[in-house]
Design a protein around this ligand. Sequence first.
Ligand SMILES: CC(C)(COP(=O)(O)OP(=O)(O)OC[C@H]1O[C@@H](n2cnc3c(N)ncnc32)[C@H](O[C@H]2O[C@H](COP(=O)(O)OP(=O)(O)OP(=O)(O)O)[C@@H](O)[C@H]2O)[C@@H]1O)[C@@H](O)C(=O)NCCC(=O)NCCS
Ligand SMILES: Nc1ncnc2[nH]cnc12
Length: 283
Amino acid sequence: MTAVTNYQKIADLAVAALDWEVDFTPKPGLVDAISNGAHQDMDAALFHRSAASLHDYFVQLGAVAEGRAPNDLLREQIGSLGRTAEKRMFAATNGVNTHKGAIWALGLLVTAYWLQPAANSAQLLAIAGQLARIDDPGNESVTKQTYGQQAQHQYGIGGAQAEAQSNFPHIARLLELPLTTKDDWLRALLTLYATVDDTNVIHRSDLATLRFLQQQAKRIAQASEPVLKNSEFAGLADFTIEKNISPGGSADLFAATKFLKTLPKQDLAERSVLDYGKITFQL
Ligand SMILES: CC(C)(COP(=O)(O)OP(=O)(O)OC[C@H]1O[C@@H](n2cnc3c(N)ncnc32)[C@H](O[C@H]2O[C@H](COP(=O)(O)OP(=O)(O)OP(=O)(O)O)[C@@H](O)[C@H]2O)[C@@H]1O)[C@@H](O)C(=O)NCCC(=O)NCCS
Ligand SMILES: Nc1ncnc2[nH]cnc12
């Protein structure tokens, strides 16, 4: 049995990735350290409170998953933990949806880590996908229509659930990019804007607006000049405000990518908690 402190250390990494994501600046349309993007009901402090409220959830996932196989019972248990985490998040934010997508994506990845702590990132994405493909008996979207389901019915777009069930292809793609400098991470974020069919953008606007955002983001991501020197970048932020759109799904996948990049590669279970210093990320 692994010491509980290791569950806490992985939970620290998950929460730190969420904190890093909200502080990463600039993120057109999203909340960051200096702008609330296209949001009237959220700011960075709210996101930090929300992230802190999820720490216990990530610890509990470790405790329930360690050493097990991805089977029906485990899927039911983590689904139940995920729904409890959503309730805690809504309590911490007075009912604002800050991290529903992160509870889903990071929850699956933390679980995958504890099933196979020595797995590499690609293997963790595959294990998370395997878990996501198992039916969750408590999934309320069977009875209550979510924005993701609306997008599915209206446009045939899969959203958060399909992303996980297909082994998080957008995260896999980012992991092939250099992710060292601030410009690398900005390009990675824009690559997500350019390729993710974000159901948050769709429900606040329509498919044509999502496609336009994607095209603009792709042009900037593929240009040779640094993103912050690209004159079209400011226009992207203006567009998100004008259309009141927020790529929240991209934000979650961005945080999940950071989490994978910061996981100890292997043998965490054998290492002392003292091996890990205070966790802070440079932007
Ligand atoms: C199975 C679930 C994923 C539910 O699936 P469903 O397809 O029904 O998804 P939704 O409930 O519609 O969306 C879930 C959140 O996923 C993010 N997201 C959206 N598109 C994508 C995508 N293409 N890929 C990945 N992720 C995506 C998104 O979350 C982010 O945006 C939120 C903020 O949005 P915003 O528009 O500002 O606010 P809203 O209140 O939603 O709208 P307004 O009315 O204010 O405009 C923020 O939360 C970000 O995180 C979607 O919100 C799954 O959710 C599920 O079953 N959950 C319960 C069990 C569980 O968690 N299990 C996990 C155990 S490991
Ligand atoms: N920084 C952010 N701004 C808005 N929605 C988000 N969902 C997750 N992170 C977000």
